[in-house]
Design a binder for this molecule. Sequence first.
Ligand code: AHG
Ligand code: MN
Ligand code: MN
Length: 336
Amino acid sequence: MTAANQFNLNFKQYLQTSRVKGVAIPAGLQELLLAVADTCSTLSHEVAQGALIGLLGSAGSGNVQGEVQQKLDIIANDLLIEGVQGCKSLAGLASEEMELPVEVHGTGDYLLLFDPLDGSSNIDVNVSIGTIFSILKKQDPSTPLQTSDFLLSGRHQVAAGYVVYGPQTTMALTLGDGVVMFTLNKVTGDFVLIKDSVEIAHSTKEFAINMSNMRHWAEPVRRYVEECLAGASGERDKDFNMRWIASMVADVHRVLSRGGIFMYPWDQREPHKPGKLRLMYEANPMSFLVEQAGGASTNGEHLIMDLVPTDLHERVSVMLGSKEEIERLQHYHSQA
Ligand code: AHG
Ligand code: MN
Ligand code: MN
């Protein structure tokens, strides 16, 4: 992606002046991306108020995944739906929090998918959380919306990104030609370009995984992590550092910012499920970003972006980040 060589561009100016592989960004896609960013800007203000506006705690309901919903899961979901209603090129949307897609204009070029609030367990403890989004090109813009329209591999994404609500509110975005980052100016409400050409170093000394699940992992993942833990005195000849924020959005932001790998692999707690994370709302958009930043993303056997979903709420085993580590993990899986 190329844009005017300035780091004080706001998001709107960025979209208007950028070229993706030499081509201007379609007006309908610009409108949709701006609507998502504006909603996340509003959400950032709400998140920052927390208990002051009664935002913390459980909503007392469950979602289609069988997970307890927090108040903020529902608020974020409703805000996003409302925020994109006016986008004429948006045929429909699907959310982690809703069983069925919502028709917006029925026909149109684009489909929006999102995890409105990622890292729900961190809301009440004031740790970084975020919003993850993915935009697919609808195969036939003229036909009425159906759930099957969404069941496309990650390769069909035309845009993907996240907004992390941390000490700063930062957005990462890819349109398929590199990764850029913006930080929210909380005075003007604008996202401002802070980084273009985001690159993930091919090698790393940092991994992220929920270690409390170690006894449930498959052998290749256990082998990989055991070797990291053995450090300089083991197979890897170097010491590793470990992080686990328990908000994928914040863990992936660290990987995009300073390298490393993030794993939420399949485990034996619920053996019939391919993993915990959702392919279409979490794994695909993050994999698109990571690949565009020079990293890789796999479920152990296949690149995540190549998986063709059969269900909107499909889950998947996820390992993503620095290329050399992902290749090592894939190799261990192929040997098992
Ligand atoms: P969500 O809040 O959208 O349900 O996603 C939470 C996910 C992900 O963000 C994170 O990496 C993982 O759950 C944390 O799971 P554990 O609590 O099992 O570590
Ligand atoms: Mn999530
Ligand atoms: Mn969520």
